[in-house]
Ligand binder design. Structure first.
Ligand SMILES: O=C(O)CCC(=O)C(=O)O
Length: 271
């Protein structure tokens, strides 16, 4: 039975203080099994919505991470998952937003004994075309995440630092810890969660992950979401900006994000 999506005042205060929130079972085992089957179909190039995802990065080498962006355009089950009002409701409460829109989704599949390091980074540093830092990354575990399967690791409280130094490359071979200001108090929090649970992190929280040292896949599907109040600020390039311009309806500089590239997730009833 999925957990309630209503947060307590204490959970919201802790998100503000720590920069993350872990929500127990948002998706049932049966839902996760259906999501994994759908993800495998998308990886194999089968799209039941008749259109491809926006960007597909399949393995260049057996050890590489599979990364597919905007799977919601390609597959009905994945769309229902990443655009779920359950996710939207939790994100809305965490950042105090009246509405939540999808920024982009991302299917991640770290192969057994592989996957490379994801360097410590802050998501919003790559999203400077969203003028306000009112974004949340909602990371849906599709396998039980184990200490040895390359969990995400949060550096607690680092969302208070503002934009920190960007890593040179987002994936690499070594875990490079960021140079934090002298005396800055943090702790490393590995996201060890069962499948179906969701971890939510602030757009400025530093996080990364190591390789998968386990014999099983480490799969996740991620909803990167923003407040419906966020506005478009051109400058930094992003795949979503190229894609939004393919639709006649898209934001102009200074306008709130809207149009088919950015579906509304919460409240669920409004289009
Ligand atoms: O899944 C990972 O290891 C990293 C994911 C990540 O950086 C993110 O979703 O923001």
């Amino acid at each position: 039975m999925p957990a309630s999506t209503t947060l307590t005042a204490e959970e919201i205060a802790l998100f503000d203080q720590r920069g993350y929130h872990i929500h127990p079972q948002v998706f049932s085992d049966a839902e996760v099994a259906a999501i994994n089957a759908a993800a495998d179909r998308v990886i194999a190039g089968q799209f039941d919505k008749g259109s491809p995802p926006d960007v597909t990065t399949l393995r260049r080498e057996p050890v590489d991470l599979i990364k597919i962006d905007n799977t919601w355009k390609a597959d009905t089950t994945l769309a229902r998952t990443v655009l779920s009002p359950r996710i939207g409701h939790i994100a809305a409460q965490l950042i105090g937003a009246p509405t939540i829109r999808m920024w982009h989704d991302q299917l991640l599949d770290k192969p057994p004994y592989g996957g490379r390091v994801v360097t410590y980074h802050q998501d919003w540093a790559y999203w400077q075309m969203i003028a306000e830092c009112r974004t949340v990354t909602c990371w849906i575990a599709l396998d039980d995440v184990l200490p040895e399967s390359g969990p995400m690791v949060f550096l607690e409280g680092t969302h208070k630092l503002g934009i920190w130094k960007l890593p040179v490359g987002i994936t690499g071979d070594d875990v490079q810890k960021p140079d934090l200001p002298a005396g800055f108090k943090t702790r490393e929090v590995p996201v060890i969660i069962p499948k179906g649970s969701v971890s939510f992190h602030h757009g400025l929280l530093l996080h990364g992950s190591d390789r998968n040292f386990s014999p099983t896949r480490r799969r996740a599907i991620v909803s990167h979401v923003m407040s419906g109040e966020c506005t478009y600020r051109p400058g930094q390039e992003h795949m979503n900006e190229w894609m939004m311009k393919r639709y006649p309806e898209h934001p102009q500089p200074g306008e709130k994000f809207h149009g088919p590239q950015f579906p509304q997730m919460w409240p669920a009833s409004a289009a």
